[in-house]
Design a protein. Sequence first.
Length: 449
Amino acid sequence: MKDFRFTVMLVMLMLTIQTIAQPRISIFFDHVAEIARQENISIQDAAQRVRLLGVEGIDVRVSINESQMKMLDSLGFQHASAIADINFVKGEQPEAVRQAFDFMHRYNYSRLLVIPGLLPENASAGLMDDVCKRLASFVKEANAEGIDVMVEDYDNPRSPCYNTQTLDRLFAASPQLNHVFDTGNYLFCGEDVMTALHHFRERIHHVHLKDRKAQNDRASLPIGAGIVPLKSLVNELLQSGYEGWFCIEHFGAPSMLEYTKQSANNIKAAWKSPSFDEVLSTRRSIRSYDASKKISEAEVRELIKAVQNAPSWANQQPTKYYVAISPEKLAAVQDMLGGNKERIINAPVLIVSTFERGKSGFFRGQQSNEVGDGWGAHDNGLSDAYLVLKARAMGFDTLIMGMRDADKLRELFSIPENETIMAVIALGYRAAEPRIPTHKDLDEMVRFF
Ligand SMILES: Cc1cc2nc3c(=O)[nH]c(=O)nc-3n(C[C@H](O)[C@H](O)[C@H](O)COP(=O)(O)O)c2cc1C
């Protein structure tokens, strides 16, 4: 019975944890190029601006050139999905297949969206069968190479993947084929977006978010400004454990940069953040991190901004943070954490937390009571508490580490002598569910009088 209760509690906790991931936002490289054209800036500057809007992933055609890929990598874009035109309507396409595979391997992309061409008017049923067969054998071959193949609902009635009905046929022929769920295209073919989402949920590995003013209106809109039920869609997917990307799509936007900004903000705002109790109960010390998930400087800034609300002695705000986010600094800090190194090896951010002495607990330079600089440590702990809880609310995980080499950290970050170095905090995404620690009886902690 006890075991059963424990299992139920564990399952409930895991379900709560699943609801907490934030939407990860990506964008088509074509949109970035369009921003560069419209704003009359370089593609690199455009990409940088997009990155600062909180867009972390990039969706590219497999024909993109190497220097552009290098530039995107240098800006820290994660590889969301690759797109290949492989015209299975026309027949086998060995050359296009080889190009797609080469690209996927060279740049370590795992999700591939295939556009399989258009059927002729009044195509025979036999032709659709052929397309199904060619696609099915391609999926097998790609899966064997570790590639996840997807098709989207495509806004052309002649497409073999036009709507739920035709997609059902493709999926029946290829059980391992997955789906890029394109919101705007479901509107275009006259289907209800949420019904289609429920129908294909298990196969949805990527999402193209595209909005429309009305079902038959193909004009471009920022995502969230039209009729797509963005809130329901984002929350249902995340709550059911979706870990893929939400790709911004608005081809033809008159101001691509402005639209992108609005879209990114609307997607983030659509997400229902976890309740305070969920944050408290799912925050745990995490000792193994997911190497594939990164955290941007913009996200760390958002996190520390929340920490600024922490209380401190006479509002002295003695806490300082030194953030290792570049590969070189991360590697250096990892070596200053003793036995913790293996636990945080894949954390994308390490934060050194210090406090300025002689601030909290002091009045006009005089120590106010017996605790002295202990108040600085107190305030630093409060700030760190805000940090780990806000991190959890943003879908991140943390490990506070007291085991660290303070002298080496001081040298690495040129930390002034009047600051006491306290913890190093790892920030990242959990790779596995943590052990739940036991807690003392409440009455050992609290006494009422
Ligand atoms: C000040 C402080 C220092 C800590 N130092 C370490 C550390 O060096 N290594 C580690 O693995 N965990 C460290 N922890 C994590 C604690 O072991 C952990 O908070 C505790 O076991 C309770 O588990 P929970 O955080 O999952 O609730 C530290 C925690 C705090 C608050």
